[in-house]
Design a protein around this ligand. Structure first.
Ligand code: DOR
Length: 307
């Protein structure tokens, strides 16, 4: 009989029953997937980014499929934090899983206000600070590509909440390690990486950019090597747990991230192709441990760095 393996991980104070979570934005608020998967089988859920005021998002079209992955330019469409707390969050209350709320602001003060507001909401297990959205003019990548600004946002959020603070990093930077170091010094409890890779597509029939916003963020299997490299480099240099993401479609992909240094993984684009992807990946990780005689998932974290 197979030994019972331990799949529980702790990400900066958030206890998860397995290392698989949803990537912000791709699972809506979580409930959209309830008809397909038992949400209780997930390690955590990360909800779509919320801002202080409601946002309508960018002009359509906002999604483009390419052979290499999906380009999105949603532009942080969301109902605003108050409506989110009143109408969206209660829907997840019946589930036994930590809810991590992704927040985005146009100014440092907005991030602080959002963190302070969510700090008072019991159903929120942690805050993911989105300093890496490629689809907004103010905030977004501006904060995530400058180490000093990334630190300033992190400090402000840290000062506004006692809940775990996860900072989501951008791949669209000169040095993701430089940003990660500053964010760690500023008091983050964990890091998540990577947000989408800035890209665009041109419609050759219309001879115009395909997306209403012109540029968008690329996700899916094409970005996986970029994401694995980011996790690998940051794991070596920064002593914080990492949620790794970028093109994870199966358990093998997830294990690749864990071996590179991720304590947990997030699944995004794969949910569009297979709405059961998250649960299947969690089950596949468990099988991998059993088949390889590994009793604890934590033994695998960063194991590819071992000499
Ligand atoms: O690719 C992304 N799209 N990353 C984000 O952080 C936000 C999202 C959007 O709403 O545009």
């Amino acid at each position: 009989m197979a030994v019972k393996v331990n799949l529980t991980v702790n990400v900066g104070g958030i206890q998860m029953k397995n290392p698989v979570t949803t990537a912000s934005g791709t699972f809506g608020c979580g409930l959209e997937y309830a008809p397909f998967v038992d949400l209780n089988r997930l390690g955590a859920v990360v909800v779509k980014g919320v801002t202080l005021a409601p946002r309508a998002g960018n002009p359509v079209p906002r999604l483009a499929e390419t052979p290499a992955g999906v380009l999105n330019s949603i532009g942080l469409q969301n109902p605003g934090v108050e409506k989110f707390i009143e109408e969206v969050l209660p829907g997840l209350a019946g589930y036994d899983l930590p809810v991590i709320v992704n927040i985005a602001g146009e100014t440092v003060e907005e991030y602080a206000l959002l963190a302070g507001r969510l700090d008072r909401v019991q159903a929120v297990a942690g805050i993911e600070v989105n300093i890496s959205c490629p689809n907004v003019k103010k905030g977004g990548m501006q904060f995530g590509s400058d180490p000093a600004m990334a630190a300033e946002v992190t400090r402000a959020v840290r000062a506004s909440t006692g809940k775990p603070v996860i900072v989501k990093l951008s791949p669209n930077v000169t040095s993701i390690v430089a940003v990660a170091r500053k964010v760690a010094e500023a008091g983050a409890d964990a890091l998540s990486m990577i947000n989408t890779l800035l890209g665009m597509a041109v419609d050759i029939r219309k001879r115009r950019p395909l997306l209403g916003n012109v540029t968008g963020g690329l996700s899916g299997p094409a970005v996986r090597p970029v994401a694995v490299r980011a996790v690998w480099e940051v794991y070596r240099e920064v002593d914080l747990p990492i949620i790794g993401m970028g093109g994870i479609t199966c358990a093998g992909d997830a294990i690749e991230f864990i071996l590179a240094g991720a304590t947990a993984v997030a699944v995004g684009t794969a949910n569009f192709v297979n709405p059961r992807a998250t649960v299947e990946i969690a089950e596949g990780i468990e099988r991998y441990l059993e088949e390889n005689g590994i009793r604890d998932i934590n033994e695998l974290v960063g194991a590819a760095h071992n000499e």
